[in-house]
Design a protein around this ligand. Structure first.
Ligand SMILES: [Zn+2]
Length: 322
């Protein structure tokens, strides 16, 4: 589907006619409460695809939100081809209240429940609202994430293979245009990530992870802005330089088995071997150490930097070369 720029770009009560830009917030009903989702609608004066970009799906991940705020200010509808729909804070309860990956409303990680449930919990309803109002009408979709306040992260792009070769090839090029060195593939489009649910609808969809530890980093935000402008140009058929990338697949997600103090022995980008000690969880009551072993050989792309952990706390995510 290619959007017709003669049509108005509408989200809820907000709409932008051809050649105009509108910023505002749109109210999502979450059952017994509501949340106001800030969006920017840039409806170009020339034809082209509808590109949808979300940030603030998780709390404590600031780079993408900052980048979309900058991009919303800069995109000129007179210059834009097609339509650009920016959702600056997709999950306001998690972003403003908890600043965590899970929502304080119901403890749910929204990026595990797409396409959502309009009759479900507040977060499941928000996912359904975002999917129906923001994501579903996209010709291409980018979801921006970062390492959270207590999370190490090495920049990467993620996407899912669908088995549709034309779609997968387009998504692969979109991923390489971002400019991050590493691309992590999911071998099927299953699961509750927004980019997976979008891929199941045939939408080229990528996850872009940039920055870590909740850092306020204007340079990282500007790199994301430049990456998004390249992606938009590529989607409009321009000859955009696609960088060589290294492809990976997820090999292991390691969670803590113990409560206590976490002393990692890696940084993002460290290569580890299965069985290697990659950190220790220390019981503050008696000082005893529990060794934490790498469950797979590969490279750590993100992990916990915070000192205190519980059973089930994510400690490290490891990917292996494809
Ligand atoms: Zn995230």
């Amino acid at each position: 589907m290619t959007s017709d720029t003669a049509t108005t770009l509408t989200v809820g009560a907000l709409s932008a006619g051809p050649g105009t830009k509108v910023r505002g917030s749109v109210r999502a009903e979450l059952g017994t409460l509501t949340t106001d989702v800030p969006v920017a609608l840039i409806n170009g004066s020339r034809p082209g695809p509808r590109v949808v970009i979300t940030a603030g799906v998780h709390g404590g991940e600031f780079t993408g939100i900052d980048a979309l705020h900058r991009l919303a200010g800069r995109l000129d509808p007179e210059q834009v081809r097609g339509q650009v729909l920016l959702c600056l804070v997709a999950n306001p309860p998690a972003v403003y209240n908890g600043r965590l990956g899970t929502s304080p409303l119901d403890g749910i990680n929204i990026n595990r429940v797409f396409p959502g449930d309009p009759e479900g919990s507040p977060t499941e309803r928000l996912a359904a609202w975002l999917f129906e109002n923001i994501i579903e009408g996209a010709d291409a979709f980018v979801d921006l994430h970062a390492g959270r306040i207590d999370e190490f992260l090495r920049n990467f792009v993620g996407y899912r293979l669908t088995g549709d070769q034309e779609l997968d090839a387009k998504t692969a090029t979109m991923a390489s245009v971002v400019g991050h060195e590493d691309v992590i593939l999911g071998l099927n489009p299953d699961g509750g990530n927004s980019h997976a649910a979008a891929a199941r609808l045939g939408i080229p969809a990528i996850l872009v992870e940039t920055g870590q530890l909740g850092e306020r980093d204007p340079q990282a935000a500007e790199r994301v802005v430049a990456a998004l402008l390249r992606v938009i140009d590529f989607l409009n058929g321009d000859d955009v330089e696609s960088r060589p990338v290294t492809e990976w697949v997820w090999a292991a997600f390691l969670a803590s088995e113990a409560i206590g103090l976490w002393y990692p022995e890696f940084v993002p980008g460290t290569d580890v071997t299965e069985g290697q000690v990659i950190g220790r969880v220390v019981d503050p009551a008696d000082g005893r150490e529990h060794e934490v072993l790498a469950p797979a050989t590969g490279r750590v792309f993100y992990g916990m930097r915070g000192l205190t952990v519980l059973p089930g706390t994510d400690l490290a995510a490891i990917a292996a070369p494809r």
